[in-house]
Design a protein around this ligand. Structure first.
Ligand SMILES: NC(=O)c1ccc[n+]([C@@H]2O[C@H](COP(=O)([O-])OP(=O)(O)OC[C@H]3O[C@@H](n4cnc5c(N)ncnc54)[C@H](OP(=O)(O)O)[C@@H]3O)[C@@H](O)[C@H]2O)c1
Length: 306
């Protein structure tokens, strides 16, 4: 019999995302990743976000090793994860979600989780996910058993997420790359979910890189090559931010944080150095004038149409 999961606490403004953790195959990278995992768990933020499939399971393994070294998840911190399809077969039904949960909790060394989310359910239809024997049934069972404190849905396409939000089944929504300085397409979805009392996580405020690393050739937005018009718009954004002495990344982070419907912004952090940078961005003062000037740049040429 499992102990009952703690309820999801009110998140700090930034949640630390670990999709980049655990990509190093060799020992040196492993030690660095472990140091990063320790830093994430002992920083100033209350939530660390992972998923069954991140790094092929390495993200959860590294967090689990750090949790064991620390003698447990530090007080005031919660580790949240997500259920993933079977990567070999694409299967994503009730049984797969229950197996995914067993894998996640075994790697993390935890019996229960405050939040477990349906993640990137692209191999199944909405009807399959919601039907008898479907993935969502398993999440509801886990919640009923007290194995998870809350359940959520975490994915990209806004139209798809809207269907899930309207079921009223989930306590949490995670959307990514669609409420940023360069793409606002999830704004209505975020407001609707918050209006229903859901906790909304807005992930990837830097679009996975472009709004942190800058508009250089080869830059990506939402994990795809950024087209020329988008790079040109971001180059104009960089000039406006520079005139106010505000890093673009700080504007990108604060843009998400100032939406009153966003409970927490999920930033990808995979090293102690990036964690320190994130804290510095968080502490950056962004003058009100900057938002007015960003508005004057007009609608950014979004690359996402879903
Ligand atoms: N479907 C889902 O549930 C879903 C989807 C997307 C994201 N998420 C969650 O949200 C988190 C954040 O997403 P994300 O990591 O894709 O996007 P992000 O937070 O927008 O961007 C993170 C990326 O920005 C780069 N970066 C940060 N500061 C930088 C700097 N000063 N200079 C250059 N590059 C910099 C990082 O590079 P380095 O790697 O070099 O540090 C990293 O690759 C994920 O880890 C995950 O937890 C969930």
């Amino acid at each position: 019999m499992r102990s009952k999961a703690d309820p999801l606490q009110t998140p700090s403004p930034v949640t630390l995302g670990t999709s980049g953790l655990g990509h190093g195959p060799d020992g040196a990278a492993d030690a660095a990743d472990l140091a990063a995992a320790r830093a994430l768990l002992t920083g100033a933020h209350t939530l660390v976000d992972t998923a069954n499939m991140y790094g092929g399971g390495r993200s959860e393994v590294l967090l689990g090793r750090a949790i064991a070294e620390l003698g447990g998840v530090p007080a005031g911190v919660q580790v949240i994860s997500k259920a993933d399809r079977d990567l070999a077969t694409g299967a994503f039904d009730r049984d797969r979600v229950l197996r995914s949960f067993e894998e996640s909790t075994a790697r993390l060394g935890l019996d229960t989780l405050p939040l477990y989310q349906l993640h990137d359910q692209y191999t199944i239809t909405f009807a399959e996910a919601m039907g008898p024997g479907g993935a969502v049934r398993a999440l509801i069972e886990l919640r009923e058993q007290g194995a998870v404190g809350a359940i959520g849905v975490a994915a990209g396409p806004t139209a798809m997420l809207t269907e899930y939000v309207r079921t009223g089944v989930f306590e949490v929504l995670l959307t990514h790359n669609r409420y940023t300085l360069v793409d606002r397409s999830a704004a209505d979805l975020i407001a609707e979910a918050a209006g229903q009392g859901m906790t909304v996580f807005n992930a990837a405020p830097f679009g996975g890189g472009l709004l942190a690393a800058g508009a250089h050739a080869g830059a990506t937005y939402a994990y795809r090559a950024a087209p020329h018009e988008l790079l040109a718009w971001v180059a104009r954004l960089e000039l406006v931010c520079a005139a106010h002495d505000v890093p673009v990344a700080a504007a990108a982070l604060h843009f998400s944080m100032r939406n009153p419907h966003v409970a927490s912004t999920v930033v990808g952090v995979r090293s102690p150095e990036r964690l320190a940078q994130t804290d510095a961005l968080l502490a950056t003062d962004v003058p009100e004038d900057l938002w007015t000037e960003i508005d004057r740049l007009g609608t950014p040429p979004s690359t996402l149409d879903d």
